[in-house]
Every structure is written in structure tokens, then in C-alpha cells.
Design a protein around this ligand. Sequence first.
Ligand code: ATP
Ligand code: NMN
Length: 173
Amino acid sequence: MRVLFPGRFQPFHLGHMAAIQWLLNKYDKVIILIGSGQESHSIYNPFTAGERLIMIRESLKEYDVDFRKVILFPIMESFTNKNWIRIVEMYSPPFDVIVSGNPLVYTVAKEAGYLTDQVPIFNREIYNATRIRKLMLENDPKWGELVPKSVYKFIKEIGGDERIREVTKSDYC
Ligand SMILES: Nc1ncnc2c1ncn2[C@@H]1O[C@H](COP(=O)(O)OP(=O)(O)OP(=O)(O)O)[C@@H](O)[C@H]1O
Ligand SMILES: NC(=O)c1ccc[n+]([C@@H]2O[C@H](COP(=O)(O)O)[C@@H](O)[C@H]2O)c1
């Protein structure tokens, strides 16, 4: 069976990595949908779709994941939730199940007739992207322990943590 795993991955962290490893044990193929593809350079969505794609690819390499079992693709948001699922069907390779901890995604998927599944949540208090972005904003180096090493290296290379601090500055400073 093929499972679709949507997320914004802003940024990709160790909780996401654990989720993907869990999915790889259960399903034949994991299709990772990088959502909100049009968004970047904001506090909620600091990284571009392409940057998130690299983060995930480098992490899969770092964790020796068999690339034949994983497909990655980005997609933009839609005006309506009903339309979003139809656009996903158009752009995604075929899938049987949608997995998400996001109640909106879960509900939309169920109503569209898909089988749904949920991954166990791995240390949510520690591994969540909102917390990581907050640590970056505060220039607290602890965020580096919450992402795969390759993601840390990549974000540093592109100045991603600095970007969050820059884009949230006020006009008057
Ligand atoms: N620690 C975790 N363990 C397992 N799954 C997780 C974890 N954190 C997020 N997920 C799941 O990964 C998918 C994508 O999540 P998302 O990119 O929104 O990450 P997030 O950490 O929840 O980000 P944010 O805090 O920005 O909302 C969702 O299905 C979410 O439930
Ligand atoms: N109307 C829509 O465009 C719509 C609906 C449901 C989910 N989504 C996307 O699915 C992704 C879900 O990821 P998160 O769990 O990280 O929020 C997001 O990128 C979100 O924008 C989009």
C-alpha cells in the first residue's frame, strides 16, 4: 500500500524523521507531500518548497533510507479544502491511505473517501516546528538538537535561522 504524508515541514525535524521511519515499516511506499508550497520568508513558513525538499532528501540520505520507497513533491494551497484534495489527486502519484496528525487534513481525507491513518507522535513537546522556529527567532542554538544533522548544516548554509530573525524585524529598526 502507498501512503500519502502531507506536511509543511517548516523545518523538517526529528519527529518527522521518526514518523517517516514508522511509515516505511508499515507501507510499501511513502509519498511525502510538501504543502503550502507557495509560502516562504515568514515566521510561520520561513523556507521555500525547494529548501524543504532538500532538507527531507538530505535527511533520508543521512538515515540510509531506501530512496526507491519514498517520493517527494511540493504543492500549493487551494482556495477551498474540497478543491485541495482534488488538486492533490492530480499532482500526486497514486496513493491508498492518507496519514496526518492535522485534524483538517484527516477530516478532508476521510470525507473524500480515503483510508486514513495516524503516526504515533514522537515527543511532541520537544519535536515540533513551532518550537524550533521560536528558538531560531531567539537565536537559541538548542534548535540544532531537534533536527537531523544534515538539516542543521543546510539551514546554516542558507542562513535560514538568520532569515527568520530578519523577516520578523519591524520596519522602524
Ligand atoms: N513529533 C512528531 N512526531 C510524529 N509526527 C509528527 C511530529 N510532529 C509533527 N508530526 C506530524 O508531521 C506532519 C507534518 O507536520 P508539520 O509539518 O505541521 O510539523 P509540526 O511540527 O506540527 O509543525 P508546526 O509546529 O509548524 O505546525 C503532521 O501529520 C504532524 O502531525
Ligand atoms: N485548502 C488547502 O489548501 C489545504 C487544505 C488542507 C491541507 N492543506 C495543506 O496541507 C498541509 C498540512 O500540513 P501541516 O500539517 O503541516 O499543516 C499544509 O501545507 C496545508 O496548507 C491545504
